[in-house]
Design a protein around this ligand. Structure first.
Ligand code: ARG
Length: 588
């Protein structure tokens, strides 16, 4: 479905053309003076230079050609040559009715893609901390947006499951339980089904081992050796590794589940390892990789780079593979499995150089086609109120679980403050609203920016917050419920009709922007644009609500029209928050 702005622009282009001006001048934009008009066209100003005429003369001619056009209530030329536009409310009502019937409320995607989106990126055996929160929250939203737009989207958590942390855990486990069969070199039997640790033990083992390795050289070297042994396929360690994976992944699934985040693939760096030898050989055969100080590297710099980019190291001097090697090998696997035309990686923006290197090597070595899109969506840091990276009160790394618990508590207290719902209901509602507070607090910022985690602000029911959006949705739900009850009409999916109500017109225009906003957010991988849209839409709805008697309206046709409009409003709002990755409760 064409966007409202496109339809208006088309009429203006025709009018410019009719007067023998370049049709490009007909571009229409949303008005920057909403007190004067809804849309404006500034083409006559640019036309003045091209045609050596006073802008107001051009504007007057164009306006004259549009006088009988049914799309507009008024089209006016004002000095020095702007054109102010007001739409006819019947035209907008018809647009909304088309939108209501259209697939995806009129969003279109002319060239659906196959997209692999890599986000989450948790490291196995290390607890999920707030650093991983942003990747999960942003990635999940981008996935939903792209999928909504009709793309085939494959999401992969890409676990960090092949690093030194594994050797550290194995070594620490050996210190603690040397009698386990995994440490008996003469053992030849089957390895036990049951893991020799629980998730809480595992979460305690890792930080302990990591701290030890910083002060104990011998321990560190042992852990390094254990990692190498694991990576070369030593069976007892592989058995321990499998236990670590099973116990951790189960826990990770639960944690991501609490965030309403899920993945199609639970692959990790380990899955890419079989592709590494072939990758290295290929890079050598293609004469892209060469030895430099014992390491194997690939140059990635380009002539038009503004700063110098270091080569990508694909093999260290001790023969070990690196982070970039794993990512390249993973791409080989993804090409075999999905041959995507678009890759999206959601990770901390400090990893930008890494991804630039990986993307360039992929293209240079023809691992992916030249025209495959490879995008890095780098996000900023979540800071505390002191402006420094978010920490617990005693300076430690905040666990995601504790963070969620904190925000739920803040919302719970708010609900209990002035309401009389049962504790159970308050608890359930707090979970739904808490998640919205957390996700909206994050997503409403442009991803690349750092932001300050401020529980009191995020959990507030007023202002640009998740709870405010949910509150608006709940308010509409309640009006619709009342309408259904008193009219005996369960169907609120009615046609929108035009009225002379000014705030209704504002609301109609805002709802009509949906397709434009979503298509743009999908194009730019920008959930924050959906946040600012739902905020504007909520504000416009609340103004309409305060200025209009909806249920008390006596004119039944008018009333049905209002119901139709707020029903479409709530559908659009709920669609948007679903794309952001949260939902609304029935009551708040
Ligand atoms: N595990 C990594 C980390 O915690 C993030 C992984 C990002 N994705 C990727 N394909 N490199 O930093």
């Amino acid at each position: 479905m064409k966007k409202l702005l496109e339809l208006i622009t088309e009429e203006f282009e025709k009018a410019f053309e009719k007067n023998e001006y370049d049709k490009k001048l007909g571009k229409v934009v949303v008005s920057n003076r909403p007190d004067l008009c809804q849309y404006q066209c500034n083409g006559a100003m640019a036309g003045a230079k091209l045609y050596h005429k006073a802008p107001i003369m051009i504007a007057n001619q164009v306006v004259e050609s549009l006088q009988d056009n049914e799309m507009f209530e008024s089209v006016e030329a004002v000095m020095p040559g702007f054109i102010n536009i007001k739409l006819n409310s019947e035209f907008v009502a018809k647009y909304l009715n088309d939108m209501k019937e259209a697939d995806k409320y009129g969003c279109e995607n002319k060239e659906p893609e196959t997209i692999v989106i890599d986000y989450g990126g948790a490291n196995v055996a290390k607890p999920l901390h707030v650093g991983h929160l942003r990747s999960a929250v942003i990635g999940e939203s981008v996935k939903r947006i792209e999928r909504f737009m009709g793309n085939k989207v494959i999401s992969d958590v890409h676990l960090g499951d092949w690093g030194l942390q594994m050797g550290l855990i194995i070594t620490e486990l050996e210190c603690r339980k040397p009698d386990l069969v995994y440490f008996d070199e003469s053992y030849t039997g089957e390895y036990p089904e049951e893991a020799p640790f629980t998730i809480s033990e595992l979460e305690e083992i890792y930080p302990c081992a990591s701290a030890k390795s910083k002060v104990d050289e011998e321990f560190k070297e042992k852990a390094h050796q254990a990692t190498l042994k694991l990576q070369s396929g030593y069976a007892p360690y592989t058995a321990i590794w499998k236990h670590i994976m099973k116990v951790s992944v189960e826990d990770l699934k639960k944690n991501y589940g609490n965030l309403n985040v899920d993945f199609d693939l639970w692959k990790g760096e380990s899955d890419a390892q079989p592709y590494i030898p072939g990758l290295i050989q290929d890079l050598i055969d293609k004469k892209l990789a060469y030895e430099s100080q014992g390491a194997l590297v690939v140059d990635i710099s380009k002539e038009d780079d503004t700063k110098e980019l270091p080569p990508c190291i694909v093999r260290k001097s001790d023969g070990a593979a690196l982070y970039a090697t794993s990512d390249l090998a993973t791409i080989i696997q993804r090409e075999q499995d999905y041959k995507p035309n678009h890759y999206i990686y959601v990770a901390d923006k400090r990893q930008e150089l890494h991804f630039t290197q990986v993307f360039r090597v992929s293209k240079k070595a023809n691992i992916v086609d030249e025209n495959t899109k490879m995008e890095f969506l780098g996000f900023g840091t979540m800071n505390g109120k002191d402006g420094k990276p978010f920490k617990t009160r005693d300076g430690g790394v905040m666990r995601l679980e504790s963070l969620i618990a904190q925000i739920n508590k803040a919302v719970y207290d708010k609900i209990m403050e002035n309401r009389t719902v049962s504790e159970e209901e308050a608890n359930n509602t707090a979970k739904i609203v808490g998640l919205a507070a957390l996700k909206y607090g994050d997503l409403s910022n442009q991803a690349s920016k750092d932001y300050i985690f401020d529980i009191d602000r995020f959990a507030s029911f007023e202002g640009n917050t998740g709870p405010y959006i949910l509150y608006t949705i709940v308010r509409i739900k309640s009006i619709l419920e009342k309408y259904k009850a008193e009219s005996g009409n369960a169907d609120v999916n009615l046609p929108v009709i035009s009225t002379d109500n000014g705030s209704q017109m504002q609301l109609m225009l805002e709802v009509a922007k949906f397709n434009e906003i979503i298509e743009n957010a999908a194009e730019e991988l920008a959930p924050h644009k959906i946040c600012s849209y739902v905020y504007d839409l909520s504000n416009v709805f609340n103004r309409f609500y305060h200025e209009t008697k909806i249920l008390a309206e006596e004119d039944q046709t008018k009333k049905a029209g209002y119901i139709a409009l707020i029903n479409l409003t709530i559908n659009v709002l709920e669609q948007c928050i679903d794309l952001l990755g949260f939902s609304a409760p029935d009551r708040m």
